[in-house]
Design a protein around this ligand. Structure first.
Ligand code: PMP
Length: 450
């Protein structure tokens, strides 16, 4: 039954939260979490009866929206049959989920190591690469996010790493291409691509190729700003990895499972990595699940030699049943094709129109149901609307933008000077238009700071 608004219950939920829940990424006394009563499809609502259209998909993971009845039923059915069973055993929902995932990942990524989330998928991808090559270092991009556990945060480029980075984990960072804020003084996509590849190759050479286990990249960097790599870049990285015997890891925790209008973003670029990490959309986060899809060459390394790593809940039967149901629903309901079509025919033209009318929009970029608007103070200089990693007063313009969106019934995704349009992949056309018109109103508030 769908929970209904009730302000008294809401106040009690909020009071208990404030007393006992320690929230992630937050100063505990400076936050005011909304008490949420329920959610369905692309909407959620609070205990006061305010309803919001979710343009964030939670943390970009509820790819089929909230409470999809078929997935809820599959979880209930699995709970009735077998709630849990340890990872060393062959379990129906686990082997079926692995088969469905392996059949959809590119190339020969045919073995699936299950984890509980994205960060631990990255941890294990790095360990697999180091053990496979016998080399210590990992190269990762400055504009990246790979997760909040220690190895994953060390491999991250985003400022959220600063407070936790041990600086000793053998990670060397490089600049991946991003034409709008080019580090390479490039004026065209071709120049950006060529110079970013030159920069990466010289980084490899100066670090010593024989010391580098892996290059890890988000296929399309998500949290850092949805920057689609120029044509040829990922193929170029694939070639460098082959030339220097380096494992190529694509992190598709956010971009995978339909977000870009393809099963995997790697399909957009026709590249096959050696390891591919996933989580979030694999089962819309209904039960925590992540994993690493492993190439046959790397799997072969551990054919006779044990892989030294595992997790108690690896491939949890409930999570795997949710993954099987989610993948089947995405196929039966044509959700990925819908996301690709709605993205290119409705969302993209609407966002380009917003950019024409609102001087605060510096750039629109994205694909599928994966879009970013970069907000600027000045279009000609591209000065961001708020300073890099702004907090408190410095962040006031983005806070005002967010408040205006919420007042118009839209829950927006905000990171630094960007808002991302990342709704559920099965959002309807009329819901998308409703959200885009609320975004239009909120951008008028951002414009006041230009
Ligand atoms: N990699 C990427 C690309 C991500 O976007 C995220 C989460 N936003 C992670 C890894 C970490 O996933 P999790 O929060 O499930 O550990």
């Amino acid at each position: 039954m769908t929970p209904q608004p009730n302000p008294q219950v809401g106040a009690a939920v909020k009071a208990a939260d404030r007393k006992h829940v320690f929230h992630s990424w937050s100063a505990q006394e400076l936050i005011d979490p909304l008490a949420v009563a329920g959610a369905e499809g692309s909407y959620f609502w609070d205990y006061e009866g305010n309803r919001y259209l979710d343009f964030t998909s939670g943390l970009v993971y509820t790819n089929i929206g909230y409470q999809h009845p078929k997935v809820v039923a599959a979880i209930q059915e699995q709970a009735g049959k077998m709630t849990t069973f340890a990872p060393a055993f062959a379990i129906e929902s686990r082997s079926e989920a692995a088969r469905l995932i392996a059949e959809r990942t590119p190339g020969d990524l045919d073995k699936i190591f299950f984890t509980n989330a994205g960060a631990d998928a990255v941890e294990h991808a790095l360990r697999l690469a180091r053990l496979h090559t016998g080399r210590p270092k990992v190269l990762s991009a400055y504009r990246s996010y790979h997760g909040g556990t220690q190895q994953a945060i060390n491999a991250t480029g985003d400022p959220r790493r600063w407070a936790s980075d041990t600086g000793t984990a053998g990670v060397v960072r490089f600049w991946a291409p991003f034409l709008y804020r080019s580090r390479f003084y490039a004026e065209t996509e071709e120049q950006e691509c060529e110079r970013a590849l030159e920069h990466l190759e010289s980084t490899i050479q100066f670090e010593g190729p024989q010391t580098i286990a892996a290059i890890i990249l988000e296929t399309v960097p998500g949290t850092a700003g949805i920057m689609l790599p120029p044509k040829g870049y990922l193929a170029g990285v694939r070639e460098l990895c082959d030339r220097y015997g380096i494992v190529f890891i694509l992190d598709e925790v956010m971009a995978g499972f339909g977000r870009t209008g393809k099963w995997f973003a790697a399909d957009l670029y026709d590249v096959t990595p050696d390891l591919l990490t996933f989580a979030k959309g694999v089962n819309s986060g209904y039960v925590p699940l992540g994993g690493v899809a492993i190439s046959s060459a790397i799997a072969e390394t551990f054919a006779k030699r044990p892989y030294p790593g595992g997790l108690t809940y690896s491939g949890h039967p409930l999570a795997c049943a949710a993954a099987v149901a989610t993948i089947n629903v995405m196929e039966e309901e044509g959700i990925i094709e819908h996301a690709a079509k709605l993205g290119s025919e409705v969302v993209e033209p609407a966002l380009r129109d917003l950019a024409e009318r609102h001087p605060s929009v510096g750039e629109v970029r994205g694909v599928g149901m994966f879009w970013a608007l970069e907000l600027v103070r000045d279009r000609s200089t591209r000065e961001p609307l708020v300073p890099y990693n702004a907090a408190g007063e410095a962040n006031a313009p983005m806070a005002a933008f967010g408040a205006a969106a919420k007042a118009n019934g839209l829950w927006p995704f905000i990171n630094m000077n960007r808002t991302h349009v990342v709704p559920a992949l099965n959002i309807t056309e009329s819901e998308a238009k409703e959200g885009l018109s609320a975004l239009d109103a909120a951008l008028a508030v951002a414009d006041e700071h230009v």
